[in-house]
Design a protein around this ligand. Structure first.
Ligand code: PMP
Length: 446
């Protein structure tokens, strides 16, 4: 498969996209929640363009206008020579979105760079405190944090880990917190505590004085693992106890996907550093951000700092045009009340799947927040036994949906949907129907 896809991208000259995903139809245009291919087929987009970035849907004139205006005013100047207004304004707006104490955005060009910058900030924080030996990062099974060496080293993606070996040193794997797969007889809360206890045990085994941070999405998107309410609270306490920074990777779910600006807001906890990308510009232009709290910034840059901070400065750091797109996206989300509609319509979709599949022998779990929805298919919902891998049930559902002009994603046998925030009730109803059709057909053929 991998070899096939590499040959494919060679033939098509798309050398930057050498993954098996680079094998879809040839997209030529898109509007709202629909994508049209070269044969004129129109796909209903349940994935915000495929990887969750097109959160405002496709073809937004307001974002295009903002980009055009910025490009023809001041398209780019280097942060080494000038600061620029759109980046200052976007940083200010992001800081004001929540009351989490987020203060300063380091703008880069992708999610992977945002994650990388966040780890650099965390190391800077410990250096500034006179603890340069704190260099390790914890990450979780099933997690994904990008394709750079740091991203791959913090991701449970065996292909990347093998291809990119040797990986960056000092990345330590933790178990995922996977409520549906908790031990029998345990409540969600007990399980949340057990997961947190396991993190603390790993920290103690590694030596807290060697650990810089923990990379953890508030809601891991790939399998839609909405954690028990107490889990992130305990994680926060543990990080405070050992002065370890929680880097909340919100590249996938941040900026509205879950019906709040950021996923952590659902749990009443605040991270130390937040990463964002994808939804921050709705995918119109590339942008990522590592967003540090005032406490972290004060430690790194404040008067008492032991050493100067080092966060790599990219040529495109704080790109004015990208930041102008970000401002247009935040404006649209606010003006069109998209957080509210995402929460409401997303909840309705989750409810629709739950009632449709209540008691179904092969639907183990329906979970999610807002427009981040997961449906876990299993061989036996009673015992939670998974389907045999070689049946490739999830993959078949994904392929079947695509044959039927609907874009959904499968991670293993977890069917996931992450539609644009502009998805209307009618679109949502169509997406639920298309998802159920693909699932039902494939299950019916087993
Ligand atoms: N972190 C998370 C949680 C992601 O979902 C992704 C992208 N899927 C990344 C980091 C990497 O972002 P990018 O692909 O823009 O480098």
């Amino acid at each position: 498969l991998v070899e096939d896809s590499i040959r494919f991208v060679w033939r098509h000259g798309v050398a930057a996209a050498a993954t098996r995903e680079a094998r879809g139809p040839l997209a030529v245009s898109a509007s709202g929640v629909h994508v049209t291919d070269a044969d004129g087929r129109v796909y209903l987009d349940g994935l915000s363009g495929g990887s969750a970035a097109a959160t405002l849907g496709h073809g937004r004139v307001d974002v295009a206008d903002a980009v055009h205006a910025q490009m023809t005013t001041l398209h780019w100047v280097s942060l080494r020579t000038f600061i620029n207004e759109p980046s200052i304004e976007l940083g200010r707006r992001i800081a004001g979105l929540t009351d989490a104490g987020l203060q300063t955005s380091f703008f880069v060009s992708s999610g992977s760079e945002a994650v990388e910058s966040a780890t650099q900030l965390a190391k800077s924080y410990h250096r500034a405190k006179g603890n340069p030996e704190r260099t390790k990062f914890l990450y979780r099974k099933t997690g994904y944090h990008g394709t750079t060496l740091v991203g791959a080293s913090a991701s449970d993606n065996q292909e990347f880990r093998t291809w990119f070996a040797p990986l960056a040193p000092g990345f330590v794997e933790l178990d995922a917190c996977y409520p549906y797969r908790r031990p029998d007889g345990m409540t969600e809360e007990e399980y949340g505590d057990a997961c947190a206890d396991a993190i603390e045990a790993t920290i103690l085994a590694e030596g807290p004085e060697t650990i810089a941070g923990i990379l953890a999405e508030s809601i891991p998107a790939a399998l839609v693992l909405v954690p028990p309410a107490n889990y992130l609270r305990r994680l926060r306490e543990i990080c405070d106890r050992y002065d370890i920074l929680w880097i909340d990777d919100e590249v996938f779910i941040g900026v509205g996907r879950t019906g709040r600006w950021f996923g952590f807001e659902h749990f009443g906890v605040t991270p130390d550093i937040v990463t964002s990308s994808k939804g921050i510009t709705g995918g119109y232009v590339p942008l990522g951000a590592a967003i540090a709290t005032g406490r972290v910034m004060e430690t790194i840059y404040g008067d008492g700092a032991a050493t100067q901070a080092k966060v790599s400065g990219h040529t495109y750091a704080a790109h004015p045009t990208a930041c102008a797109a970000g401002l247009a996206v935040l404006d649209a989300i606010e003006k069109e009340h998209l957080l509210e509609s995402t929460a409401r319509i997303g909840e309705g979709m989750i409810e629709a799947f739950r009632s449709r599949y209540a008691g179904h022998p092969n639907v183990g779990d329906v979970r999610g927040k807002g427009f981040l929805i997961g449906i876990e298919l299993v061989e036996d919902a009673g015992t939670k036994a998974p389907f045999a891998k070689q049946l490739a049930v999830g993959r078949r559902v994904m392929d079947r949906a695509m044959e039927q002009n609907f874009m959904l994603r499968a991670t293993g046998d977890v069917i996931t949907l992450f539609p644009a925030l502009v998805t209307t009730q009618q679109d949502a109803d169509d997406m639920v129907a298309a998802t159920c059709r693909a699932i039902d057909e494939v299950l019916g053929e087993l």
